[in-house]
Design a protein around this ligand. Structure first.
Ligand code: GLA
Length: 351
């Protein structure tokens, strides 16, 4: 039996600010977190080559031929999608056993999906190189993010942008990433929290982007662009956007104001003005709730719990319709029970 092995880790992410802007060619400020997904890949012999995948937390498995990963539902769609997209990209994969494990709750808005896609992708690319006796050189991280987003779009059915995957591959300790989704330029912005704390609190409501209103929001933004005759809401003239019919006007208002809040947050961080960051988080949440309409009663309750505990700012993160909320706490102020402290951490890597 071949002895080649490869282990990859990919983190989840928290988006400090800049929500529902990625598929509108806008701006966002996410960071990778410490918690993530690990994939242990081992080459196995046999013809035709097969993948045997095991989701250890779920106690479930999957098996399929490398050359014919036909579509299925659930976590298996991610594995089959990654294998298919790597094949399409011309990467020759050996048969492999894949053990998938992690500390990220699924559907909790911390990007467990992107972490799984990226960890699978890196582990399989690493394994393919090992089998050919080559050392894996630097990989094009943006290409990996793109490939993983195709898995999300075409195999899982969520029309997401690149936010989660780029945060996962480019994450850095002590920095958030200012991402411009038009140019795909990425600038690390020091996130010097000192004794301040960022925490996430699970609303308890699981979300599944493919089945939520997420794709509908994407369609609404595309419709607003058609009416305005522009390529993306990034380019919308505020006066022209104000003449759009509802709910498109509210959607455009959110995207335009959220892009500005990203720039304002970068500036506030530069001045070490954490109360200003907190106020921007609150403004982002109000816009996501009232203009973009992606909040739910469970999400509102979680935001309220953070604010009641003394958060200077709190907002929903990720796609919305459930998942986690983010809170910013001043030194000495205690976050509520069940909140998980998050810190910017390194991006995906081989172990
Ligand atoms: C989810 C998607 C991202 C992004 C966010 C909202 O996390 O995967 O692409 O659109 O929602 O900002």
């Amino acid at each position: 039996m071949p002895a080649e092995r490869c282990v990859a880790f990919a983190p989840g992410r928290v988006n400090l600010i800049g929500e529902h802007t990625d598929y509108n060619q806008g701006l966002a400020l996410p960071f990778a977190i410490r918690e993530g997904v690990t994939v242990r890949a081992q080459a196995i012999s046999g013809s035709p080559a097969r993948i045997r995948a095991q989701a250890q937390d779920l106690g479930e498995s999957d098996e399929f031929p490398v050359d014919h990963p036909f579509r299925v539902e659930g976590w298996r769609a991610f594995v089959r999608g990654v294998v298919a997209e790597l094949g399409r990209a011309g990467i020759a994969l050996p048969g492999a056993r894949l053990a998938i494990s992690g500390q990220l709750p699924r559907g909790a808005g911390l990007s467990s999906s992107a972490a799984m896609e990226v960890a699978l992708c890196l582990a399989l690319i690493g394994l393919s190189h090992e089998q050919r006796g080559e050392v894996l050189g630097p990989v094009d991280r943006t290409e990996i993010a793109r490939l993983c987003a195709r898995v999300e779009n075409d195999w899982v059915g969520a029309r997401t942008g690149l936010l989660d995957q780029l945060a996962c591959v480019y994450g850095e300790p002590d920095a958030a990433l200012r991402i411009d989704f038009r140019s795909l330029s990425i600038e690390p912005i020091p996130l010097a929290l000192g004794d301040w704390r960022l925490v996430v609190l699970d609303s308890g409501e699981r979300h599944c982007l493919a089945d939520s209103g997420y794709n509908e929001r994407g369609r609404e933004c595309a419709q607003a662009c058609r009416l305005l005759g522009i390529a993306s809401l990034r380019d919308a003239d505020p006066g022209a956007a104000a003449a759009l019919p509802q709910p498109l006007r509210r959607r455009a208002e959110h995207v335009l104001s959220e892009n500005e809040r990203v720039e304002d947050t970068v500036a506030a961080l530069g001045h070490g003005d954490m109360p200003a960051v907190g106020a921007l988080l609150n403004a982002s949440h109000a816009s996501l709730r009232d203009c973009y309409e992606v909040s739910t009663p469970a999400v509102e309750a979680a935001v309220l719990r953070l604010r009641d505990a003394g958060a200077v700012g709190a907002r929903l993160i990720g796609g919305g319709f459930g998942g986690s909320v983010l809170g910013l706490f001043a030194p000495e102020v205690k976050p509520p029970a069940g909140a998980l402290e998050v810190r910017p951490s390194a991006g995906a890597h081989l172990i």
